[in-house]
Design a protein around this ligand. Structure first.
Ligand SMILES: Cc1ncc(C[n+]2csc(CCOP(=O)(O)OP(=O)(O)O)c2C)c(N)n1
Length: 350
């Protein structure tokens, strides 16, 4: 995206027939509705993406850095693959995983030189195998429940976003960030803004202010955690002052949810210091002059999103969701992509 090479990446994928997987920060670099797009990989990636990497005989890494959230256990990452790695920064190449072919330089220039050299290869068997993985391992299935599931909120936001490929989504850090990365299908270039390597909570409101200033004519949604929201909620005043029509989707689970999930799954369910209190978010928002509604029931999700969309100015929706929801698929800490756990029931038993 920084190199302006999205056209070349699309051409490379379509010519070679190689399916495309995105890292968290690469989401929106390749249209998610494209038949070759498989979605995110890594710790909370799609099951089929992780298995495709685990089983592939060739990986082409474009401007990504094989960080630990992508590779899981680095020594067992993509054990059958020869790796070609393109990056503008030479020290990134071979840093985390062994690389057979380094390509150092600007992505657009290198891909333009490479494109005339590659041939079309239909990969029916490989794509058929990935399709079977998708059918048999539905990573985007929402657990049935009476309670409002956060994944449903993101799924419905995605439906609405599909009407305008210029929609920009910003997130904080935590479970809501991962659900956004999984459920939102970005088709416009550089439309997803999230804190990746640094993973800084409190990013959701100030980064949305920046995104709306940078793209004044695009709809900007921010998906916020109730923990992160409380770190920088004073930016509501900036939105009002600068007349920025940011729509705030607050995923209010009453917890530092991602930390609770780790305590539950990997620390013998010792739930410590993660339930959090908070203000009445609707009242707080209104105190800043930003209209707001609270949603607790499944059938009220889309009407509230539409209300926010139609409002000419900033708007906040306080989605009170099931606090016990966990993010799946998940590569357990220290595990390999091949160990990806698919769903809460089977994985917690093993
Ligand atoms: C400034 C900062 N402090 C702590 C962390 C560690 N951390 C990562 S996710 C998380 C919980 C986030 O809670 P919330 O914003 O409510 O989002 P949720 O996981 O519930 O969706 C914490 C504490 C962090 N990433 N950044």
């Amino acid at each position: 995206m920084a190199s302006g090479a999205t056209h070349e990446i699309k051409a490379l994928a379509e010519t070679t027939g190689i399916p495309v997987i995105n890292t968290l920060l690469g989401l929106s670099g390749f249209p998610r509705n494209h038949p070759l797009s498989l979605g995110m990989l890594g710790m909370h990636g799609m099951y089929w993406s992780n298995m495709a990497v685990d089983q592939a005989d060739l990986l082409v890494g474009l401007g990504m850095r094989f960080d630990d959230r992508v590779t899981g256990k680095a020594s067992t990452f993509a054990p059958h693959a020869r790796i070609i790695h393109l990056d503008i920064e030479p020290t990134q190449v071979g840093r985390n995983v062994p690389v057979e072919v380094p390509l150092i330089g600007d992505a657009k220039a290198i891909l333009q030189a490479l494109l005339p050299l590659v041939k079309h290869r239909p990969r029916r068997e490989w794509m058929g195998h990935i399709e079977d993985l998708k059918q048999n391992h539905p990573s985007l299935a929402i657990p049935p429940s009476e309670k409002l599931q956060p994944q449903q909120v993101l799924k419905e936001l995605n439906e609405l976003m599909q009407e305008d490929s210029e929609s920009v989504v910003v997130t904080g850090v935590g479970q809501h960030q991962m659900w956004a990365a999984q459920f939102l299908f970005f088709n416009g270039c550089n439309t997803f803004v999230s804190s990746g390597g640094l993973g800084v909570m409190g990013f959701e409101l100030p980064a949305a202010v920046g995104a709306q200033m940078g793209r004044p004519n695009s709809p900007v949604w921010t998906v916020a955690g109730d923990g992160g929201f409380q770190m920088t909620s004073q930016e509501l005043a900036t939105m009002v002052q600068e007349k920025l029509p940011v729509k705030i989707v607050l995923i209010n689970n009453g917890y530092l949810g991602m930390v609770r999930q780790w305590q539950e799954m990997f620390f013998d369910n010792h739930i410590k210091e993660v339930p959090i209190s908070g203000p009445d978010y609707v009242a707080l928002s209104k105190a800043y002059g930003i209209p707001a509604v609270r949603v607790k029931h499944q059938e009220d999700v889309m009407p509230a999103l539409r209300q926010a969309q139609k409002h000419d100015g900033p708007f906040l929706i306080d989605f009170v969701v099931d606090h016990a929801a966990n993010v799946f698929p998940m590569v357990p800490p220290g595990g390999s992509l091949g160990d990806t756990m698919e769903d809460p029931l089977t994985s917690l038993k093993s």
